[in-house]
Design a protein around this ligand. Structure first.
Ligand SMILES: [Zn+2]
Length: 689
């Protein structure tokens, strides 16, 4: 779960232009952004280059106009710095100016843009969102700035020091991807394609979300589904209950409706969302992306996107996905047999005469989980009170990474119950970051769990990191899954807080998109470890220890059906790559062929790609990233095989991965951490276990 907004100036442009979005998180997301307090003073005529303020106070806003004027001040300051940068000589001096512009953007826009998600005042939230648009426009224009592009190009060629050179090179790549290096007519075409792709992406979503599809059921057809999930839903003229094809009602029907016909109708409606129009839109998107890649001299959109990722090329992504398919095959088959057995038992049929349908799998998986595992998520809440859960994840990080969290004054935070924590490096007793935590639900606040890393540290200038962990704790306590989500999001804050790169533009999570999630995904497993869970008693001696048996059940529930799930993700990812390859094949024909080859086959009359919003939007050619970073996470976890709290492995993770940010290529970062080249073996072993 993460979000990213604004920043890497040129990178943002590339994203806007290529629609090559952000991270691989499925759900809520964390934002990375920039910002700071108003500068009520007039802007100096001769811009100051450095931003010598190590630790900024969080900007305090009481009403909308303050946000708007702060936004204007920030943009004016950025424009001055940009004008000054245009005149700089290529080389070290240019890079310094570039980084100063970057820092300024973060300081002026980061916290301010973040506020649209959390500020109690609706006017402030609205102005914060408007300000984000203004910064995006600034960055889009910056990406097409010929003078700065030339400065980056020459600087990247001149500089010798590897860190400096890479920083300049990354700036240059952002400009290149934005298209500033293309001839005038190609530039115009690239812009037209980008605009068209943005419009088509919106149309695709509109065809899904604007249709408001509902499917009507009698009460008898909903037998087995908890009444609370349908009793308040609207009724049609015949008094039948009209259920939406999204949200908790959909999941509840698929998991618990005893009537297979009811499940089938809802499943078909969901699978066909977007309709035939979206198949046409998807085909157009695919063609335009291919044309876009060709403008840049590449033979496929896959390669256009993947050359900037950890996976590096479509060939490597394809090879990885082939291996995943092979590794998941046996477990996938086993899962299907288990579900078929459950169905045969339930209906009193022979196994041979029982076919598992796509609308059966969630239903029988749920039955098996209930019968065999018998886990009640709610049972965890008494063991994990909210504030102690927060202290728990902090304590784990303290043990692993040699840091300390101290609660400090929150006078400047956006709401009274927001907590501010100083993060201190124990060895040097030096404060390195501020972590804000917004723990409980509030009117107008972002409703899921996410992290916004809105200020990045640097070692070349006095500059400390700041991030915000936004969650919505249940005051009764957390379930283990919620504790897992907390650990994941907290992992994102660690990457920001413990970053120690020379430049902020290389810091924290400004890494390749398919590497951004790995440390957080790695840490998810920590909450299933009994030794780690014992740390809870250190922060809450009065809390009753969670029973081992509950943890075992939770682990079994988490892993049940992994073969089918991974096989499905593999199919999505392979389809995405196939669609964005060198030939732009027909979306529906390609899907039918690929799904037909899976264990449950293709269901005639269905059009899954018409609702596949991920690949029509920002995840085009990026869907493999879910599995890829799961594999990287599993690989990194091997360093903690003996002890998840091992301070030596923790110190190494901090030094080689968390501190290094994007200063080195991700493959190299992983290699330095593990002492060998990275591989997917641990992920495959888990699949086969
Ligand atoms: Zn995440």
């Amino acid at each position: 779960m993460k979000r990213s907004t604004v920043i890497p100036a040129a990178l943002a442009v590339a994203a806007a232009l290529a629609l090559a979005a952000t991270s691989a998180d499925a759900a809520p997301q964390r934002k990375r952004a920039p910002a700071r307090q108003v500068h009520p003073k007039p802007i100096p005529v001769k811009p100051v280059v450095e931003n010598p303020i190590a630790d900024l106070p969080f900007p305090k806003f009481d009403h909308g106009p303050q946000v708007a004027s702060t936004c204007t001040t920030g943009l004016e300051g950025a424009m001055l710095r940009l004008k000054e940068l245009e005149k700089r000589k290529p080389g070290a001096d240019w890079l310094k100016g570039w980084e100063a512009l970057y820092d300024w953007q973060e300081d002026q826009s980061g916290a301010l843009i973040f506020l649209q998600n959390v500020h109690p005042n609706a006017e402030v939230r609205m102005e914060s969102a408007k300000c984000e648009q203004r910064w995006t426009a600034f960055q889009t224009a910056l990406g097409m700035n010929e003078l700065v592009f030339q400065g980056a190009r020459q600087t990247a060629a001149l500089l010798k020091d590897p860190v400096d050179k890479r920083a300049a090179q990354r700036a240059l790549e952002g400009f290149e991807d934005a298209g500033v290096g293309l001839s005038r007519d190609k530039q115009a075409r690239a812009k037209a394609i980008a605009d068209k792709l943005a419009a088509l992406g919106q149309q695709f979503n509109q065809n899904i979300n604007g249709a408001h599809v509902r499917v009507a059921f009698t009460e008898a057809e909903l037998k087995g589904v908890p009444e609370s999930l349908w009793k308040d839903q609207p009724r049609d003229a015949d008094g039948r209950i009209a259920l939406p094809i999204d949200g908790p009602a959909y999941t509840a029907v698929m998991q618990t409706a005893d009537d297979a016909g009811a499940r089938e109708r809802l499943w078909r409606a969901k699978t066909n969302e977007g309709g035939p129009d979206n198949l046409k839109v998807l085909a157009q998107i695919e063609q335009l992306r291919l044309e876009q890649a060709r403008l840049f001299g590449l033979s496929s959109y896959d390669d256009f996107v993947l050359r900037r990722r950890m996976v590096e090329s479509s060939a490597q992504a394809t090879k990885f996905l082939d291996e995943v398919r092979a590794a998941a095959a046996d477990e996938d088959r086993r899962n299907v047999i288990e579900l078929r057995q459950a169905k045969a038992r339930h209906l009193g049929q022979t196994l041979d005469g029982t076919k598992l349908q796509r609308w059966d799998s969630m239903y029988y998986a749920e039955r098996i989980e209930r019968e065999r595992i018998g886990l009640d998520d709610e049972a965890f809440r008494p063991y994990f009170p909210p504030q102690e859960s927060l202290r728990f994840v902090m304590r784990v990080a303290e043990k692993m990474f040699g840091i300390r969290y101290d609660k400090v004054d929150n006078a400047n935070a956006w709401a009274p119950d927001v907590q501010a924590w100083a993060v201190t490096d124990v060895a040097s007793n030096r404060k390195i970051a501020t972590l804000f935590v917004d723990p409980y639900p509030r009117e107008g606040k972002y409703g899921h769990a996410a992290t916004w890393n809105f200020r990045n540290a640097a070692t070349s200038v006095p500059r400390q990191a700041q991030s915000a962990l936004v969650v919505n704790f249940d005051r009764r306590g957390l379930t283990l899954r919620e504790l897992e989500t907390l650990m994941h999001e907290f992992g994102h804050t660690l990457r920001n807080n413990l970053s120690a790169t020379r430049y902020a533009s290389d810091a924290g999570e400004n890494v390749a998109q398919d590497f951004a999630e790995a440390p957080s995904q790695m840490l998810e497993d920590w909450v299933y470890d009994k030794k780690v869970l014992k740390v809870f008693q250190e922060v809450c001696p009065a809390c009753k220890p969670v029973p081992d048996e509950l943890v075992d059940k939770a682990r079994a529930a988490r892993d049940f059906g992994k073969g089918m799930q991974v096989a499905r993700q593999q199919l999505y990812a392979a389809y995405d790559l196939a669609l964005h390859g060198p030939s732009a094949p027909d979306p529906m024909e390609t899907w039918e062929k690929m799904e037909a080859a899976t264990s449950l086959g293709y269901v005639p009359g269905t059009t899954f790609p018409s609702g596949f919003a991920h690949i029509a939007g920002g995840y085009g050619a990026g869907y493999y990233g879910y599995l890829w970073s799961q594999a990287v996470a599993a690989d990194m976890r091997t360093a903690f095989a003996a002890d998840k709290l091992d301070p030596k492995a923790g110190a190494r993770l901090r030094a080689t991965v968390l501190a290094e940010g994007a200063q080195k290529p991700p493959q190299q970062v992983v290699k330095e951490f593990l002492g060998r080249d990275g591989n997917a073996q641990a992920f495959f072993d888990w699949l086969k276990k």
